[in-house]
Design a protein around this ligand. Structure first.
Ligand code: GH3
Ligand code: MG
Ligand code: MG
Length: 549
């Protein structure tokens, strides 16, 4: 009778080893999940720290740029006011007269009478008449000339060496300009022709710039590096486009602004790009964006004002500026990140996870081994409880149990059942002559011989020292006699080597009893009848089978 060693609850068969493994896997999963969550939270806070740093740099830059944008707006509003109500000064009238005298000349220049204003430089009526975007309409010209002179005052008085602007100009569609850079007065014709060919001038028509606000223009110079960027705003009054106010800003000045804004922050590199993601300035070093990163940021910047991406071992966060048509980037390599606080926490977490996982795996191996040892021990104990270790046949208790089951079943189905009792002949003598060990070998040999003769449904067991009992369900007495005889003959004819050069022949006496004699389905009764016949066999010479008497 083999009992299962499985845990058997609510119909589920679960191997204890599997339960242990499952528990360890769950613990490992949970610990990994927790570590992963921790890393994700850390990563979020790392990203937000980087963004906050970038935001503070962008904000500082925006504040600086705001001043210049406000100045451009202030100049535009001033010129608009002057267009509406022009100052009627003697010097203005004089300048207008000068213009009327010179307007046919290829180039002309009007110098106001004092040194507090800037020159008006212009081209001929003929030039204006032949250029597409230009228009010299006398009805508006006087006011515009006066306003441009007033602008000259404003520009002259408000120029500041610390400002980031290199030059501010007003370029009129009526064929003249005012510039804070006096060098522009030297070759008026080619300078003006160049001005009206600039995108920041010709894309400021009402159709091209519907918002009429400030726009930034970056122009790639002859060298690959951009030197100057231009903020320009159209000048309109009563739906008439007079010209364009433009402020050139040196990229080196923006670089200065960026470095000032970055201040003492040493982690990573800050960079300034225009809206097309052309590099303008860096806090340290040069541009290092790959084409792929450039594409990714351009796509994201079309939808968002700020963002970040992890690429090629570095984290890039970016933010659009409010007062400049461009972005500030913060590039932080993972190596720098690892050297920082976040890196050390993540490394500590990874080491913790590794140590924990190793301990877990080690204890899993130990516990699994313990569990399988326990199961093997339990199996062996269970087997020993039901089997005889020498003959490997069921022991007395197991045989009685199984015999009772077989008897009950045959009784229920009214089938014949036979019992054979077997006792080895002169076994004491074998022990005495060849030793106890040889006797044991004989017992083991006889056990396997009996087992080899029986059917699946038959039960054989060792019921005493050298006594065996065999239960044959659904078997008639005649058939049982044949089986008993076969067993007896096999035992007798199979010689056994007990020592070197010494073989031994054993014999057994057998008694057979059967239910078809008395009709009694009672195992103890059947066994006692078989025992009686075994006794007869012993008395009548041994090595024989008795099935009656
Ligand atoms: P008989 O033909 O009348 O049966 O003679 P016998 O010598 O076999 O007599 P009996 O059945 O009384 O003797 C049984 C002997 O079997 C006694 C004991 O020494 C021996 N024996 C019982 N169990 C074991 C065992 O496990 N190992 C060994 N070697 N001998 C055993
Ligand atoms: Mg005996
Ligand atoms: Mg005996």
């Amino acid at each position: 009778m083999e009992k299962k060693h499985w845990l058997n609850r609510s119909g589920l068969r679960i191997h204890p080893g599997h339960v242990v493994s499952l528990c360890f896997v769950v613990v490992l999963l949970f610990s990994s999940l927790l570590t992963w969550r921790e890393v994700a939270v850390l990563e979020d806070s790392y990203v937000s720290t980087q963004r906050n740093r970038l935001e503070s740099v962008s904000h500082t830059m925006d504040m600086q740029l705001q001043f210049n944008m406000d100045r451009l707006m202030f100049l535009r509003n001033g010129v608009q006011a002057a267009l509406q109500i022009p100052l009627e000064l003697e010097s203005m009238r004089h300048a207008r007269q000068q213009f009327q005298r010179q307007r046919q000349q290829e180039v002309w220049s009007i110098q106001p009478g004092n040194r507090h204003s800037l020159n008006l430089n212009g081209v001929s009526d003929d030039f204006v008449a032949h250029a597409a975007d230009l228009n010299r309409d006398d009805a508006f010209l006087n006011n515009e000339l006066t306003a441009a002179l007033e602008l000259g005052y404003l520009l002259h008085l408000s120029s500041s060496a610390s400002s980031i602007e290199r030059r501010t100009q007003y370029v009129s569609r009526a064929g003249f300009f005012v510039s804070t850079d006096s060098a522009d007065s030297q070759d008026i014709l080619s300078h003006y022709a160049a001005l009206i060919a600039e995108p920041w001038f010709y894309t400021q028509s009402a159709r091209d710039n519907r918002g009429r606000g400030i726009r930034w223009y970056t122009e790639q110079g002859k060298e690959s590096r951009i030197q100057v960027i231009t903020a320009s705003i159209p000048l309109d009054l009563q739906e008439r486009w007079y010209g364009v106010l433009a402020m050139d800003v040196d990229v080196s000045a923006l670089q200065r602004l960026l470095v000032e804004a970055v201040g003492g922050q040493r982690e990573g590199m800050y960079q300034l790009y225009d809206s097309q993601l052309r590099w303008l300035a860096s806090s340290v070093g040069k541009a290092i964006l790959s084409d792929e990163e450039r594409q990714q940021i351009l796509q994201a910047a079309a939808l968002e004002n700020r963002g970040g991406l992890l690429a090629e071992g570095r984290y890039i966060s970016w933010q659009k500026l409010k007062n400049f048509d461009g972005l500030v980037l913060h590039i932080h390599t993972l190596r720098e990140g690892i050297r920082g606080d976040f890196g050390s926490i993540i490394i500590a977490l990874a080491i913790l996870w590794l140590v924990f996982t190793s301990i877990l795996i080690l204890s899993w191996i130990v516990i699994r081994r313990m569990v399988s040892n326990m199961i093997a021990m339990q199996q062996s104990l269970e087997w020993r409880a039901w089997y005889d270790t020498l003959t490997r046949l069921p022991n007395r208790g197991a045989l009685f149990d199984r015999a009772a089951e077989a008897v009950a079943e045959c009784e229920q189905r009214q089938l014949p059942l036979c019992v054979i009792q077997l006792d080895l002949d002169h076994f004491k003598g074998i022990n005495d002559r060849y030793g106890h060990q040889a006797g044991d070998r004989v017992l083991s040999h006889v056990g396997s011989l009996i087992g080899s003769v029986l059917r699946e449904t038959d039960v054989a067991g060792r019921v005493g020292g050298e006594e065996f009992c065999i239960v044959l369900p659904n078997t008639t007495r005649a058939k049982a006699y044949q089986v008993a005889e076969r067993i007896r003959s096999r035992i007798y004819h199979k010689e056994l080597l007990v020592r070197k050069n010494t073989t031994l022949r054993v014999s057994a006496s057998l008694g057979v009893s059967c239910t078809d004699e008395s009709g009694r389905y009672d195992f103890e009764y059947l066994q006692s009848v078989a025992d009686g016949r075994l006794y007869l066999a012993k008395q009548n010479g041994r090595n024989r089978t008795y099935a009656e008497g």
